[in-house]
Design a protein around this ligand. Structure first.
Ligand code: ZN
Length: 335
């Protein structure tokens, strides 16, 4: 280990370290008058920080406990005094913190494609979601769901951007610009990776109970905030069952889609919309709305659950009227 102030003994000096035995060693405790004068001179030089020998231009340093250093350990003055142990510790801590901060900054730097030459433009911001997906938790309490959404269920890790308690309490678990794991397999329109394009909102509900007014009020307030702040079209609010027919049924037939539409979110047919014209294709209309059609019967059940409150897998004239009205709907442009 390097000792910054340990030096080899001076040849012909006052002594050496372990194992060094000079041939001549002056006696600093001599009682002869001449030796006593020399000793007082040495002591005075030592107290002033000078080497005891006038011939030596180096500094002298007392040991930390006040005892003299072993003879011959005179110190070459190098400018800066030795750092106390505490100062060395502080400096090491600061250097370590700087390294950690540097590495953290690197880890948050946007990944760059090594195939390309990086010529950064300042004109960019975070990507924004374009869809909002509503779920129910199918659990017994918000506390239970907060735990699940921060750990996982029997299928693996799950999360959502928001959870709204039955009393209207709003929790956020994932930042809006981050990709929460709430949608899973499914699609909506041309969106094949729904998690990447959406905000997920979980409602504390067991799947069988009506949704409390306070909870829906909080949801509407949140939808107003999200569609305004993130510039998501107000019609782009769907249920989990819409994007994953046959696999998911939430937020279920009790979810008040009509009330949401009256507040300006999602879609709902006009009550006085005319019947569908002859030759109207309901499956094409479902596709235009965004429903996947890989399993048409499952898609019809999802549609019926949302707009008719049941899970029938056949369409009647009222369904055609509804689908005709919905596909004539002019989407609200993004603001
Ligand atoms: Zn869901």
């Amino acid at each position: 280990m390097h000792e910054p102030f340990s030096r080899p003994p001076e040849k012909g000096g006052p002594g050496g370290g372990p194992g060094d035995t000079p041939a001549v060693r002056p006696d600093p405790f001599s009682r002869t008058p001449e030796k006593a004068v020399q000793q007082r001179s040495r002591d005075a030089r030592r107290r002033s920080g000078q080497h005891p020998s006038p011939a030596c231009g180096r500094r002298w340093r007392e040991a930390p406990d006040g005892a003299r250093l072993a003879a011959g350990t005179c110190l070459r003055y190098t400018g800066a005094p030795p750092l106390p142990g505490l100062h060395r510790t502080v400096i090491r801590t600061l250097l370590l913190a700087s390294c950690i901060a540097f590495l953290a900054a690197c880890s948050h730097a946007p990944p760059r494609n090594p195939m390309a030459q990086w010529v950064e433009s300042p004109n960019h911001d975070a990507r924004r979601p374009t869809l909002i997906v509503v779920h129910y938790t199918e659990q017994d309490s918000a506390a239970q769901s907060l735990h699940t959404l921060r750990t996982g269920n029997r299928f693996g890790p799950v999360s959502a951007h928001y959870l709204i308690g039955a009393d209207g309490t709003l929790y956020q678990l994932v930042a809006d610009e981050r990709r929460a794991w709430h949608a899973g397999a499914g699609s909506w329109g041309t969106i094949s990776d729904v998690n990447s394009a959406s905000i997920g909102i979980e409602l504390d509900n067991d799947g069988q109970s009506p949704f409390a007014d306070a909870q829906i009020d909080a949801l509407i307030a949140l939808l107003d905030d999200l569609t305004t702040r993130l510039r998501i079209p107000r019609t782009h609010v769907i249920g989990h069952s819409d994007l994953a027919p046959g696999r998911k049924v939430d937020p279920g037939p009790l979810f008040p889609w009509q009330r949401l539409a009256e507040a300006g979110f999602g879609v709902w047919p006009d009550a006085d919309a005319p019947p569908a014209p002859e030759g109207f294709d309901p499956l094409l209309a479902l596709r235009l709305l965004g429903y996947p059609l890989d399993n048409p019967a499952a898609t019809i059940r999802s549609y019926r659950m949302r707009f008719r409150g049941d899970a029938a897998d056949t369409l009647d004239a009222e369904d055609l009227r509804i689908l005709h009205a919905l596909t004539r709907h002019e989407p609200v442009p993004a603001r």
